[in-house]
Ligand binder design. Sequence first.
Ligand code: F58
Length: 896
Amino acid sequence: LKVRSMLDISFPPKEEDTSNGVAPKLGVEASIEHELKYRVSANNTDARPVKLYQSVAWSVHDRLVDAFDQTQAYWKEKDPKHIYYLSAEFLMGRTLTNAVNNLDLGGEYAEALKKYGADLETVATGELDAALGNGGLGRLAACFLDSMASLDLPGWGYGIRYRYGMFKQGVKDGLQVELPDYWLDNGNPWEIRRPETQFKVGFYGSLEDGKWVPGEEVIAEAYDVPIPGYKTKTCGNLRLWDALAPEEFDLEAFNAGDYSKAVEQKRRADGITAVLYPNDATEEGKELRLKQQFFFVSASLQDTIARYLEQHKDLAGLPDKACFQMNDTHPTIAVAELMRLLIDEHGLSYDDAWAITTKCVAYTNHTVMPEALEKWPVRVLAKLLPRHMQLIEQINSNWLDSITGHVTAKVEAELAASDAEKQKKADAAAEERKAALVAAEAKGEEALAAAKKMVSEEEAAEEKPADKATLVEEKLKTYSIIQENQWTKGEMLVNMAYLAVVGSFAVNGVAAIHSEIIKTDIFPHFVEIFPERFQNKTNGVTLRRWLAYCNPELSALITEALGTDEWVRDATLLAKLKPFAEDAAFRARWREVKQQKKKALAERIREQTGYQVSTEPMYDIHVKRIHEYKRQYMNAISLIHRYKVLKEMTPEQRAKAVPRVVVFGGKAASAYYMAKKIVALILSIGETVNNDPEIGDLLKVVFLPNYNVSEAELIIPAAEISQHISTAGTEASGTSNMKFALNGALIIGTLDGANIEIGENTGFENLFIFGVKADEINKLREDRKNFSDYDPRYTAALQMVSSGVFGRPEYFEDLVASITDMNRGNDWFLLANDFASYMDAQDAIDELYRDQEEWTRRSIIYTASNGFFSSDRTIDQYAREIWNVWRLEGSDYQRH
Ligand code: F58
C-alpha cells in the first residue's frame, strides 16, 4: 500500500536541502534578518510583531532541522529499538521558547533581538498554541516527547495533524461559546511536510474471498515536527498525518457540470483530519472519530513496517526494533491493524502475527470513568473496517478458548463451595421434614397426609443444582471483548480496553492509586490471567517547560541557591533546596518572585476580563477541564458561602479577613450540558461578587477564558494555592498538581490520583487534604442523604443560587437539582459529603496565609520535594520496565 511515487524521491532524501535558501551556518542575527526579508517579506508591512516572530521561528527551524537530520541518520545507522508513542492527542502549546532554550541558544537570540528592540518573551507571544489535545492526556504526550529526546531515547510520536485543534473558548452573555481554532493561520514553521512519505488507508468495502476490498481510500501524508532534547544532540520526531484524496479533483465530473462531485473525494479526506474531538460527553461523530483513530494508526504502522523492512528482512524481529505505546484506548485498533498488515500484506500466519503483535504493543489507561472507556458498536466497526471486525472476532474467540479451562475451574470451585453450603442446608431441611412426619403420624391419618403433601411440595421447590455449562458461559461473557450493550439490549459492542489488555504485553495506570483501581475495579478478571502484565507508571511533567522556561525568575533563584542549573536535567537535585526553606533572606526573595508572577497574572486578568485585581491577596487557582467529577462546582459553592460570610461581617471583622483572588480556567466539552452550566455559575458569581463595593479586594472570582498551555504557563507560576479536589477514586492522576507543586503553590486536595504521591513526597502535613477516601465512595453513594440533612452552609449557598442572587435562577435550576434532587443526578460526585471537610481545609489555608514566613517555608518545601514528578523519571521507568529501549547518545556532530 505504499505510495511514494509522486515525487519519486528516495527515503530518506539523500541530500535534502533543509536550509530553505539560508546557509545553515548563517549566524543567528543574520538568519533572522534574512528570514525577515526573504521568507516573510516584512519590509513593507506594519504587521511587524507577528512577522518578527515568524522570522525568528524560521531561523530556529533551520537549526532544528540540522539537529533532526543528524539524529535521524544516526539512529538509522545504529538501528536501535525505537519507541513509537501512538496518541490521538499532542497538546504541544508554543514551540519557540522551548526550542531556543533546549538548543541552548537563548542568549544568542536574546542578543540578536536587541537590534529590533524586542525580547524573546514578547516575540514568543506571536505564536499560536498548537492545541491538538483536550487536556492532561494530550499534554502528557507532549511532555513525554520532550523527555524522550532529552534522555537520548530513540522515540517518535505518531498522531494527527488536525487543522482545527481544541476549540477556542470565549465568553458571551455569561456563557461559554466555542470558536474555531485557526492555529495554522500564520503558517507553521515547526513542521516539515513530507510529500514523499505517503500511505494509503482504506475504509468500508467488503471481504471478497477473505480479502478486504476497501470501498474508500485516502492518502496519509506525513508532517514531521522536530523535538529537540534539552541540551543534548538528540532531536526526536513527532510525525503527524494529514489526509489527502487520491484524486483531489475530478475533472470529468467538473466538465459534466457536477461541481460538488468534482471535489467530493477531497471533502471526505479533509473531514478526517479537520477537527479534534472535544467531546467526552456524547456519542456524536462516532464513526468519524473511529475513522480518525484508524487513519493515524494505520499510517503509523505501515510507516514503521516500511522503515523496518528497509533494513531487515524478517518481520519476526519487529519486537526487537519497535514498541508501540497506545496512549489510552484511542489507538487500540492498532492491535487489529498490525495483525491485518502482518497477515494480509506480509503473508504471515495468524499465530505468528499474534506472537509479534503481543510483543510490540503496550497500553496506558488514563481513566476509570465508564463513559470514557471506549466501546464501539460492532455494527459501526463492521461497516467501517470489516476485516478488522473479523480479526477482532477471531482474537476474541481465541482468547475465550484460552481461558475456558481457567473459567471452568473457577466455576467448579464456586459450585463446590456453594454445593457444600447447599448440602448442609438440604440436610437440615430433610431432618426437619422427617421430624414433621413423625409428629404428624402421631396425630393420625389426616395429619399425616397433609404433612406428606407439604413435604413433597417443599422437596419440589428445593433449589436444583446449577447447570455448570450455563454458569461457565455466563462467566466467560464477563471476559469477552465483544459484549452486549447493557443499556440497549441486543446491541453488541467491542470493548476497546479489553482488546488493548489482551493485545498488549504491558498495561499501566498513571498514578499508584489509579494503577490499583484498574486492577481491582476495571480489569480484575484479566489480572487473574496475567498478573505480570499490570504496572504503574506515575505521570510526570517536563521541568523545562513547566519550571525553567515558564518561571525563569524562580529558576534563576533555584540555580543560584544550588550553584548549578543541572536540576533542569536532573530533578532529584531540587531536594538540595530544602535547607533554604529555613533561611529568612531566601524566603524573602522567593516571595518577591511570586509577587512578580502575581503581577503578570493580574495584568492578564485585566486584559482578558476587565477586572482589576490587587496583587496583595492570596492567589487561589482552580484550572483544568470543567467536569462534574473535578468538582469546580463545589469550589463555586464554597465561594458563595465565603461571599455570604464577608457580607455579614462587621467592618472590624472584615479588616481581619484574608483576601483572595480565586481564578478558574478550563473548557467544558461543547455538548456537556452540566459543565457549561458550571462555567456560567462561576461567571455569574464573579459578576456579583466583583462588582460589590462592600467586598472590594476581599474576594475576587475570575473566570479566565480559553485556558490552554500558554495561559497555564502564566497562571501556574503565580499560584499560591491550587485546587485538585476530585471525588476520591475519579481522577486517574492529574498533572497540573505536579506543575503547581514544582512552582511552589500549596495544594488543597482529596486523596486522589497523584495528590497522594505528592503528599508522600512533600509530607502530608504540608498539604490541605480533606474528604472521604476512594474505598468509602461506593458505600456513601448507596447512603446518600436528603437535601435537608446537608451542611447548612451548603444548603444556604444553594438557596442563594435558586433565589436568583446571582441571576438566572431558572437557568441554574437543573444544576442545583443535580446535587439536591434524589431523582435528578442525586449528587453522584458526593459534593455534600465532602463539603464540611473542604470548608475546614479552606479555613486552615486562611489561617496559614496569615503567617507569611511559614507559608513561604512550605512553598519552598514543595519545590524541593517534588523532583520525582519530572517526566524524565517517568520516561526512564517506561524505557526500562516496559519498552526495553535504551539511551543512544548522539553522533559527533556539532550543533552550532
Ligand atoms: C487525563 N485524561 C486524566 N482525557 O483525566 C488525568 O487524571 C491524567 O492525569 C491525564 O489524563 C494524564 O494521564 C484526559 O485528559 C481526555 O482528555 C479525554 C480524551 C478523549 C476525549 C475526551 C477527553
